[in-house]
Design a protein around this ligand. Structure first.
Ligand code: SAH
Length: 212
């Protein structure tokens, strides 16, 4: 049985702290959440390696460093209500649940949503709701959100997500085509969405509508 706790601490030091992640809340959350619980048994031994890993349905669990960059950019507090688009394995959902008050997460693949729901419940996260559906529409019934984290790339920022951000709300989203994507950070100031470009990234596409 590999020593997952030791591997997790090495990941936090070598992949996060050494590359400039400094938010104590993000570092503590990433030291707490067991990434190995969110991947299939055959990939557990690689859970703390410096790259994305395959999950079901041809999707991926993001590289730990990119998850940390995205979380740090949101400056979450324990009173924030958060929307996540693209639950996938539920790993980032667990981290959001550690850092915020309440998390709504939308996943379009029913099997992934079921599996994430099961994992998160087994780990005791009670402030999370995983919903199946098209996250590009956001979740009007629970809006406005203090923060939105999108884990799949869209050609442009879906407008419902912009309208569902609260004043002082933050959204981090990969924008672009398959081979040329960039994280964009949106901050709502005096009712206006201010967009700042961040790191180049590579995410699976955000599928809009019902096509497969
Ligand atoms: N954060 C996840 C990464 C998941 S990969 C993790 O830590 O595991 C991106 C996910 O977005 C995939 O599971 C994919 O099915 C989902 N997705 C793609 N388009 C979507 C949409 N329109 N609405 C909701 N989920 C979507």
């Amino acid at each position: 049985m590999p020593d997952f706790a030791a591997a997790r601490e090495r990941m936090v030091d070598a992949q996060l702290r050494a590359r400039g992640i400094s938010d104590p809340g993000v570092l503590a959350a990433m030291s707490r959440v067991s990434r190995e619980q969110f991947v299939s048994e055959s990939f557990r031994g690689e859970a703390y390696e410096d790259h994305p890993l395959p999950i079901a349905d041809g999707q991926t669990i993001s590289q730990p460093y990119i998850v940390a960059v995205m979380l740090e950019s949101l400056h979450l507090t324990k009173s924030d209500k958060v929307l996540e688009i693209g639950t996938g394995s539920g790993y980032a959902t667990a981290l959001l649940a550690e850092l915020a008050a309440e998390v709504f997460s939308i996943e379009r693949h029913p099997a992934l949503a079921d599996s994430a729901r099961h994992t998160l419940a087994a780990l005791g996260y009670a402030n999370v709701q995983v919903l199946t559906g098209d996250g590009s529409l956001g979740l009007a019934s629970a809006a406005p959100f203090n923060a939105i984290l999108v884990s799949a790339a869209a050609p442009e920022i879906p407008s419902p997500l912009l309208t569902q951000l609260a004043e002082n709300g933050r959204m981090i989203i990969p924008v672009g085509r398959e081979d040329a994507q960039q994280l964009q950070l949106v901050h709502v100031v005096d009712g206006q969405a201010v967009v700042s470009p961040r790191e180049p990234v590579r995410f699976v596409p955000l599928i809009v509508g019902t096509k497969n």
